[in-house]
Design a binder for this molecule. Structure first.
Ligand code: ATP
Length: 270
């Protein structure tokens, strides 16, 4: 799917009920949903609808999911692009890709543009880690800033961007009229992990004695993505063993396996 420039889904079916926990973040993006649903109501007294918000938090905590849910709740098209695409695929054409993306979104407005891993294009000048030339990354970043500044007050396109490194972003991105709101999307606490289990156990046939509090307690430090993985892995383990329902032991085995994976990942980094 990385090969696709835009992942546009009109009326994407993800809604807030697919996003477990994150009550504060959901409350904040609810406002964006309202803006997208009835822009006239908000601009009638001369106010300007925000153009962008930054979703900040660790990997796998539901930033992409939340952005899709905003589009789903407002019933507007969702256009997305990942910062790493610019490093891996759009070498030499970054600025024109940004221009195309905004043009498509404006044509279909109201709409959401989602930029995942914005740090890949938006890191502060001079702190370059980009495999292409730094000039090129800056051209891409400048095009993004130009597009956001160029929105009229009635464009009705809102840009959501995700990062786990807000600290390294170019401050120009955070100026008024750009990504001037930051929304924190944190790792889930015990209660939130339980809610995430509830969401991801919906399609899974579990044994009747399965205790979600127990599962939540077994998974400190897990992200929503890790929990989604555990649920899927447990279902596969149970099926492999010919069981009719997924039980506690399958979940414990799945947790072990995911913890093993997490440890390996950390080893590679350090
Ligand atoms: P990254 O920074 O790695 O891109 P992200 O924060 O964008 O991660 P998502 O891609 O939204 O994370 O999450 C990956 C998957 O994990 C989701 O598709 C969903 O299945 C699950 N997930 C993560 N957070 C939640 C949550 N709060 N509620 C339900 N599912 C979640």
């Amino acid at each position: 799917s990385k090969a696709k420039l835009f992942d546009e889904k009109i009326n994407t079916r993800v809604t807030f009920k697919d996003v477990a926990g994150l009550e504060g973040a959901k409350e904040e993006v609810q406002e964006i949903v309202e803006f997208l649903k009835s822009p006239e109501k908000y601009t009638s007294l001369g106010g300007k609808i925000p153009k962008g918000a930054l979703l900040v938090g660790p990997p796998g905590t539901g930033k992409t999911l939340l952005a899709k849910a905003v589009a789903g709740e407002a019933k507007v098209p969702f256009f997305s692009l990942s910062g790493s695409d610019f490093v891996e695929m759009f070498v030499g054409v970054g600025a024109s890709r940004v221009r195309d993306l905004f043009k498509q979104a404006k044509d279909k407005s109201p709409a959401i543009i989602f930029i995942d891993e914005i740090d890949a294009i938006g890191r502060a000048r001079g702190k370059n880690n980009f495999t292409g030339s730094n000039d090129e990354r800056e051209n891409t970043l400048n095009q993004l800033l130009t597009e956001m500044d160029g929105f009229g007050t009635n464009t009705n396109v809102i840009v959501l961007a995700a990062t786990n490194r807000a600290d390294i972003l170019d401050k120009a991105l955070m100026r008024a009229g750009r990504f001037d709101r930051q929304i924190y999307v944190d790792l889930p606490d015990l209660r939130e992990r339980k809610e995430i289990f509830e969401v991801h156990l919906r399609p899974i046939k579990t044994s009747e004695t399965l205790d979600l509090d127990f599962l939540a307690k077994q998974t400190p430090g897990f992200s929503g993505a890790d929990i989604a993985n555990v649920c899927n892995e447990a279902a596969l383990i149970a099926a492999r063993n010919g069981k009719k329902a997924v039980d506690r032991q399958d979940f414990l085995d799945a947790v072990d396996r995911i913890v093993g994976g997490l440890e390996k990942k950390n080893k590679i980094i350090t």
